[in-house]
Design a protein around this ligand. Structure first.
Ligand SMILES: [Ca+2]
Ligand SMILES: [Ca+2]
Length: 279
């Protein structure tokens, strides 16, 4: 036969085990979010007005580099230049313009997890096949590659060849002010052609960004303050604690499993209306 106190002990042990399991599960999901940087992107040709979607990609990179002085020596363009000293920056290619619209600020703190980047590259040639590599720098730190375009054609100084890459940062990007750098390469031999960054246009500087997980609205907690009984263990408190823990864990897991291109499908005019047509 078991006494009431033994039953309470067994119940306590079970509760402790359950809480420990939930804490580890939540911590595990949180840890998995740190370090590696992930994002999803939609690639469009033909600008924002008449876009043709050419690809949807998922990116994964190592931990964001933040220490040290920023230098273009770390980018792909620099390594191409040093490998062939005779080849310097080509004056046959240049960027005409770049434009950034930030979108998705779920917790409304002014930091967005979506980057809608448009750029227009030009050349002295009638046609050239190129690709671009995109970088982000947090608070003036080193450039971190965050995406690569498909190979695409540019035609002389035409503006009909604008490339749009719409990216949602999913994890690994702390809340802060970012700069963006674009490097252009020849699709035939990978040679470096041109770059465009915050020194060339204010559009690519001081972008308030954070990743999707850091953009989560805080969970709403309802506290019942009317309970005045109170035993050695407050059952209501434990139930509430478990509910919040479970809710937080489920929320994270839900967000983790929804790392897909669902949000990106919001039509651009909605973002523009919501955020006043720009940043
Ligand atoms: Ca935010
Ligand atoms: Ca062009």
């Amino acid at each position: 036969m078991s006494t009431t106190s033994e039953k309470v002990k067994v119940f306590d042990s079970f509760l402790f085990l359950a809480i420990a399991l939930i804490v580890f599960a939540v911590a595990g999901v949180a840890l998995a979010d740190e370090g590696t940087r992930t994002s999803v992107s939609r690639h469009q040709l033909g600008g924002r007005d008449s876009p043709e979607i050419v690809a949807e990609t998922a990116e994964e990179y190592g931990e964001l580099g933040t220490g040290g002085v920023r230098s273009k020596a770390q980018t792909r363009g620099a390594s191409k230049k040093t490998s062939s000293p005779l080849q310097s920056v080509s004056y046959d290619f240049w960027f005409y313009e770049a434009d950034v619209i930030l979108f998705n600020d779920d917790d409304r703190d002014g930091y967005f997890h979506g980057i809608d980047l448009l750029f227009d590259a030009d050349t002295i040639y009638s046609q050239a096949e190129v690709y671009a590599v995109l970088y982000l720098s947090l608070d003036g730190g080193p450039w971190n590659e965050y995406g690569v375009t498909e190979d695409f054609d540019i035609y002389g100084a035409s503006a009909t060849d604008e490339y749009v890459m719409v990216t949602e940062l999913m994890s690994g990007y702390p809340t802060g002010s970012y700069d963006l750098l674009i490097e252009l390469f020849d699709a035939w031999d990978g040679s470096f052609l041109a770059s465009f960054g915050p020194e060339d246009t204010p559009e690519l500087g001081y972008l308030p960004l954070e990743d999707f997980h850091r953009d989560a609205p805080p969970p709403r907690v309802v506290v019942n303050s009317g309970h005045g009984g109170g035993g050695s263990i407050d059952g209501w408190f434990i139930a509430l604690f478990l509910l919040v823990l479970f809710g937080s864990g489920a929320h994270r897991i839900w967000r983790h499993r929804n790392d897909v291109l669902t949000r990106i499908d919001s039509p651009a005019p909605v973002w523009q209306n919501r955020y006043g047509g720009g940043r």
